[in-house]
Design a protein around this ligand. Structure first.
Ligand SMILES: *Cc1c(COP(=O)(O)O)cnc(C)c1O
Length: 422
């Protein structure tokens, strides 16, 4: 029998949600492999590799593989429009990219000024290059950390063109260690929040406030971007956030600049923020790297929404904080209402390198057996985990609007398993 033509094979798969040229690619690859029957599974694999909304049933609030902080879908309909990314609408002349999102964030954080770059790594790189390039940066040996994905503070420092001066030891660094290392060439005292691990026991570190008294500007890489330790949007300080450094308090303690991610505890899009003294932020903005690291209008628009939520005192409307704030009782009630599997108490985590070792009490459902592959293949993919032979969905990271989808998917998995047993 003659193999089907590429074209007829591609046309037989129009129900797979892919543009025609990609269906042709799948058909061609299948025929080239001598296995035309594999065209559909190849096309479906392509469709599954495309970015799409996912229901996070893991209970990890900032899941690196799922894009960290959750966001709402952006409108896809409506008129095609532009944005005043660099236009001053009052004068009609060229405006600044740092007016809107960055200015509002600075206001929300109590900073003189701020600028936005593509991620937290870019923020610390730019701050060091602009403020300390060619000069010395004093940093504790206890803070020469790797954040993940090979992002290592000593290497970032080297790429910035600054010279690293290490002080103290892994577990203990004192103010005198920093003082002894100061020279005419000291540009910055760097403080790095070792987000993803903790040293416990015989330890000592120097606070930003004490460091600020030494003279050189203190740059603090906070990583997580918790805007205010008092979390007024949650009605007050939260025990599970204790010890997490916050932007507002670090600046008030005397940091000249802080850097942080947009998509960790800030709850916004992937971005990095440099905030603090206006003269130093201006130096960052003038540095040649700034252009290479700048984000686009979509990111700025999303981050501006995040900043406005904080300024309205309405940060609880941000998806991350809405999820974090839900009571265990409300999660348990939702789990019961699903009507499938067993209701279980769970311990979620923040993830994304924040709050290592600290748990967020939670609740969800458990269904005997491993159904994770079927759930990932659901129309809106659902990511779950397996514990003690059962598939577990933690409802803390699931939007209540998705409960119906989760319930239907679990019921389908349960009945498929029952049919398999029969
Ligand atoms: C996460 C983190 C970074 C890197 O931020 P990205 O947004 O992932 O680039 C840098 N420093 C610290 C302390 C962090 O926690």
């Amino acid at each position: 029998m003659r193999p089907p033509s590429v074209d007829s094979l591609a046309r037989s798969m129009t129900d797979v949600d892919l543009p025609h040229p990609l269906l042709v690619d799948a058909a061609r690859a299948a025929i080239a492999a001598g296995d035309p029957g594999s065209a559909r599974s190849r096309a479906e694999a392509m469709a599954a590799a495309i970015l799409r909304p996912v229901i996070n049933g893991t209970g990890v609030l900032l899941h690196t593989n799922l894009g960290r902080a959750p966001s709402r879908p952006s409108p896809v309909s409506g008129a095609a429009r532009y944005a005043n990314v660099e236009l001053d609408l009052v004068t009609g002349t060229r405006g600044s990219r740092d007016r809107h999102a960055a200015g509002l964030l600075a206001r929300a954080a109590g900073a003189e000024a701020a600028m936005v770059v593509n991620n937290g790594a870019a923020a610390i790189l730019l701050a060091l290059a602009a403020v300390a390039g060619g000069r010395e940066v004093v940093v504790s040996r206890g803070e020469l950390v790797e954040i993940g994905g090979g992002f290592r503070i000593p290497e970032v420092l080297a790429s910035s063109g600054a010279r690293m001066v290490e002080v103290g030891t892994t577990n203990r660094t004192r103010l005198g260690d920093y003082r002894a290392a100061l020279s005419d060439d000291t540009a910055v005292c760097l403080k790095v929040h070792p987000s993803n691990y903790r040293i416990v026991g015989f330890t000592e570190e120097v606070t930003v406030g004490a460091l600020a008294g030494l003279g050189p500007p203190v740059v603090a890489d906070l990583g997580s971007g918790l805007l205010d330790a008092a979390t007024p949007w949650l009605g007050g300080p939260q025990p599970w956030l204790a010890g997490e450094p916050a932007v507002r308090q670090t600046l008030a303690a005397g940091a000249a600049l802080v850097t942080f991610s947009g998509d960790k505890l800030l709850g916004g899009p992937q971005a990095g923020v440099v905030a603090g003294r206006a003269d130093l932020v201006a130096r960052c903005a003038r540095h040649p790297l700034a252009r290479a690291l700048r984000p686009g209008g979509l990111t700025l628009a999303h981050l501006q929404e995040t900043a406005l939520s904080y300024l309205r005192g309405d940060a609880a409307s941000l998806p991350l904080w809405a999820m974090a704030a839900r009571s265990v009782a409300s999660l348990r009630a939702r789990a019961e209402a699903l009507g499938v599997g067993d209701v279980v108490d769970l311990a979620g985590v923040f993830g994304g390198g924040t709050q290592p070792g600290r748990e967020v009490p939670s609740a969800g459902v458990a269904l005997a057996g491993d159904h994770t592959a079927a759930l990932r293949a659901w129309e809106t993919p659902i990511v779950a985990r397996v514990t003690d032979g059962a598939t577990v969905i933690d409802l803390r990271t699931v939007d209540p609007d998705d409960d119906g989808t989760v319930g239907k998917a679990l019921a389908s998995c349960g009945s498929a398993a029952a049919a398999g047993d029969a």
